[in-house]
Design a binder for this molecule. Structure first.
Ligand SMILES: Cc1cc2nc3c(=O)[nH]c(=O)nc-3n(C[C@H](O)[C@H](O)[C@H](O)COP(=O)(O)O)c2cc1C
Length: 438
């Protein structure tokens, strides 16, 4: 990670904007020192540490809520599809159909090392593996149990009709399965599928599988182009482009007046960790910035981490960006500049993004929790409701129905997962003979 020597002091209220930085890092060579050094930064500044298992907190939250949906990011690279499919089905039961899955494949060599590998697989190869993974989980979720398999027939002592519970037989390059799915059909069967692919391969994957897409669009032009491209790719896959909802990632700092919002931002800057922000930037871009000059223009390099972020600051930008420019002026623990303003201004801005870019909504990220989200709910949501562009009540039904409308509890028929519905593939029924009805 970058040397603390050129980093702004935390105690300076205006550190992030005006602290005189040394222009050169003390340069450690790219060496085996790096993992240890970056570990120090990430642990010290809590950069994605600790990372508890998000799936385990969902049942507790589901038990005390009725409508909220749970879109959970789960990395498919290190877990067999058979076990994962069962866990998601279980959660879909426990939440009564409110579970979603943000499909990711990882970007960290450190994660691969934790799983006993030397390094992660190549970027596009991960997507190829993910394609097969999706095929397996679709077969389990959609194809193993027919809708009317479960009888719960007390008279005849029959739980389910074994002729309607099919053994999934999959033999592929990465996975083999020869078993029935262990959960009976849950309200949604397949969880609502989220994805955030930003590379060309990633966008193809999203266009094929995603029902909701997270997008990081730096400008309206860029966002409009990306959304149109995504919908075009979905159509090319035989899907209805309206069956993909696009949510733009934004952080918001709102006050009752613009001045109040600006004062909050100023206060937040006092606590922001530039070391943490840079550490995170290094990990997601896969570029070791520890031996960087903070005033040197950033250059693009393709690697096996996440490429679109560095690309946005280099190839896709007409401006010249340096680390100091990104983090010195803006970094509230993030490379992304929050929207700052009064509730009216924030509402105007969000509304204009929806109208100008064809996005469907926002993935609000926090600057400070829970304060930032509470402010948004208290100040911005009522205005959006007054304008008739935000719901006043939750729709009934599963998460998928809340997103796409009544009758849409299951995957759309044009979704590739739907092609694995019972008898859509060669599945062997279980052999037990069901006793005839009296
Ligand atoms: C809210 C959110 C959470 C994400 N969490 C993860 C994660 O935990 N693991 C991961 O590998 N990628 C995560 N990503 C990154 C994306 O899934 C994706 O890999 C990234 O946008 C780059 O896409 P690309 O590889 O196609 O360029 C997340 C993205 C978003 C928007």
């Amino acid at each position: 990670m970058c040397e603390a020597a050129w980093l702004p002091s935390r105690s300076s209220p205006t550190a992030a904007t005006s602290h005189p930085m040394q222009t050169r890092c003390r340069q450690p060579s790219r060496s085996s020192l790096m993992p240890r050094r970056s570990r120090i930064q990430t642990i010290t500044h809590a950069v994605q540490v600790p990372v508890n298992d998000p799936l385990l907190v969902v049942p507790a939250m589901a038990a005390v809520t009725k409508h909220i949906g749970f879109g959970v990011t789960c990395n498919l690279t290190y877990e067999p599809p058979y076990l994962f499919a069962r866990r998601m089905s279980t959660l879909d039961h426990l939440t009564r159909g409110r579970i979603g899955w943000n499909i990711v494949t990882g970007y960290l060599d450190s994660a691969a090392r934790g799983m006993g590998l030397a390094r992660q697989a190549k970027h596009d190869d991960r997507y190829e593996t993910a394609e097969e993974y999706m095929e397996v989980v679709y077969k389990l979720w959609e194809g193993s149990w027919e809708d009317d398999a479960v009888l719960r027939d007390r008279e005849r002592g029959i739980y389910a009709d074994p002729r309607k519970v099919h053994r999934v037989q999959h033999t592929g390059q990465h996975y083999r399965v020869d078993a029935i799915h262990l959960s009976e059909p849950s309200p949604q069967r397949t969880p609502v599928l989220y994805q955030a692919g930003a590379s060309s391969r990633g966008k193809d994957f999203a266009a094929k599988h995603a029902e909701c897409v997270f997008l990081a669009g730096p400008t309206k032009d860029n966002t409009r182009t990306t959304v149109a491209d995504l919908r075009r790719r979905a159509e090319a896959q035989g899907r209805d482009p309206a069956d993909i909802l696009v949510f733009l990632g934004r952080a918001v700092v709102v006050g009752r007046t613009r001045k109040e919002a600006e004062e909050k931002v100023e206060e937040y800057h006092r606590y922001a960790s530039i070391e943490g922000a840079l550490s995170h930037f290094s990990s997601i871009t896969g570029v070791d910035f520890s031996h960087c000059d903070p005033d040197e223009p950033l250059r693009h390099e393709e690697n096996d981490a996440t490429n679109f972020i560095l690309r946005a600051f280099t190839v896709d930008s007409s401006e010249t960006w340096t680390l100091r420019k990104i983090f010195g002026e803006k970094g509230l623990g993030s490379r992304n500049e929050p929207l700052v303003g009064s509730a009216e201004e924030i509402a105007d801005e969000l509304q204009s993004w929806v109208e100008d870019t064809d996005i469907d909504g926002f993935n609000l990220s926090r600057v400070v929790t829970p304060e930032g989200l509470e402010d948004f709910v208290d100040l911005v949501v009522p205005l959006l409701q007054e304008r008739g562009i935000y719901k006043r009540d939750y729709a009934e039904g599963t998460l998928r129905e809340k997103l796409f409308g009544p009758g849409r509890a299951r995957l759309a028929t044009s979704h590739p997962g739907a092609s694995f519905r019972t008898l859509g593939f060669s599945a062997a029924p279980s052999q037990t003979i069901i006793p005839a009805a009296e």
